[in-house]
Design a binder for this molecule. Structure first.
Ligand code: PMP
Length: 407
């Protein structure tokens, strides 16, 4: 790919040209949702203008066109994460649905009273609540891997949690609140040596790192389109084919069956078994275009630029008096959670918005982590490859001017 050029990349994102409160938009809420480049917008317009119909159903031209585009998107996603086969890629509505699919389709069959599921204190609520619901239903137990003060998982403690009742590990690849990159490959190898499958919540990793599910050797990998330049309402659950084949479907309906009588239904092969009803066809095609776009820039180039943003932002934020950074893991994605002395995160977010700077404030759907950090909320700046060092300068200037308001 050509050398990374942030100005040229930014020109692909029409929304980055907005002004907010009379100031140029500085968009630093990418961990919540990223923005969409023109090639993805164009692909959606082309689909809606000239290719739209329901898929897997009719022999007419448009249905065949839409089906081919939808299945081509699946193949794009397969390549993006280096899955062995396209049928290991299930389109979901997002990470949340992917994890719930496994909790129902795998968990209800395989988890019994007294069984243990290992999570970490860094997890997003979507990788806690589905397991808690399953544990409540089955009488199973959740075990939680702790972190050190830098926000790094304590791998020794993780290994010590294993026993003969351990049935599953479900772990985030990258923390949405602190940016910590967890040593998932090492954690998976340890779990597999004990016959325990591993689900990885990749919502914050797929947009920022080159993900290779075969190299990780994970059993499941879930992520969301809207955090990686794609549309909302679409995501992927990767699953090892043998596991998916053995699992129960999560939702019943059309397109997931082989035959139906009132006595008995037999299910379609994967992936259709897990895609009941009309899927988000346009969104899946849009996500296919999004991963093409990311690949054309190159995930290593994206990671390198974001690393430079992280280095620069860490240096400048930690130099600000009264600002405390949370999460200083050695291996870290470009997410900065911070507290500013005497200023509530909500006020910080509101006043930064008046400077055109978009950050997220709150608990980041990670309340157990907030308890561990001893805060109720943080302000969070999360970067994408289209952010610039000037965006960091704008954030720093914004924080200083908010501090003056409260001085
Ligand atoms: N896991 C992590 C680590 C996340 O950051 C998010 C989104 N904030 C999710 C899961 C849930 O993703 P979605 O809302 O797209 O289902």
């Amino acid at each position: 790919p050509p050398a990374f050029n942030v100005a040229r990349v930014r020109a692909d994102f029409p929304i980055l040209g907005l002004t907010v409160a009379g100031k140029p938009l500085v968009y630093l809420d990418n961990a919540a949702s990223s923005q969409m480049p023109q090639p993805v917008i164009d692909r959606l317009v082309r689909y809606q203008s000239t290719e739209h119909a329901n898929i897997h159903r009719a022999v007419h031209y448009l249905s065949e066109t839409a089906t081919a585009a939808y299945e081509a998107a699946r193949t794009r996603l397969q390549r993006f994460i280096n899955a062995r086969e396209a049928r290991e890629v299930i389109f979901t509505s997002g990470t949340t649905e992917g994890i719930n699919l496994v909790a129902h389709g795998w968990g209800r069959q395989n988890i019994r009273a007294g069984d243990e599921i290992i999570l970490t204190v860094l997890e997003h609520h979507s990788n806690i609540v589905p397991w808690q619901m399953l544990a409540l239903e089955k009488g199973a137990i959740l075990r939680v891997v702790p972190i050190n003060d830098a926000g790094e998982l304590l791998v020794d403690e993780y290994e010590a949690l294993f026993n003969e009742r351990t049935r599953l590990v479900s772990v985030g690849h990258v923390s949405n609140a602190l940016g910590s990159i967890n040593p998932v490959k090492q954690m998976i190898a340890f779990a597999h040596a004990r016959g325990v499958p591993v689900l990885v919540d990749g919502a914050q990793a797929a947009p920022h790192l080159a993900v290779d599910v075969q190299d990780l050797d994970c059993d499941f990998y879930a992520f969301s389109g809207h955090k990686m330049c794609g549309p909302t309402g679409i995501g992927v659950l990767y699953g090892r084919a043998a596991l998916l084949e053995a699992m129960q479907p999560f939702k019943g309906g059309g397109d997931m069956i082989h035959t139906v009588t009132f006595e008995k239904t037999t299910y379609a092969p994967i992936p259709n078994k897990f895609e009941a009803g009309t899927p988000p066809i346009a969104a899946a095609i849009g996500l296919g275009a999004a991963v093409d776009y990311l690949s054309s820039i190159g995930m290593p180039a994206i990671a390198a630029h974001e690393h430079e943003l992280l280095r620069y932002a860490t240096e400048h934020l930690s130099a600000l008096p009264g600002v405390r950074l949370m999460g200083t893991a050695k291996d870290k994605a470009a997410v900065l959670s911070f507290a500013v002395q005497g200023i509530h995160p909500h006020d910080m977010g509101t006043l930064l918005n008046q400077e055109g700077v978009a950050v997220r404030t709150g608990h980041h759907c990670a309340q157990p982590l907030m308890v561990r950090l001893g805060v109720v909320a943080t302000s969070r700046a999360s970067f994408a490859f289209y952010n610039t060092l000037a965006d960091v300068d704008a954030l720093v200037a914004g924080i200083r001017s908010v501090q003056k308001v409260f001085a």
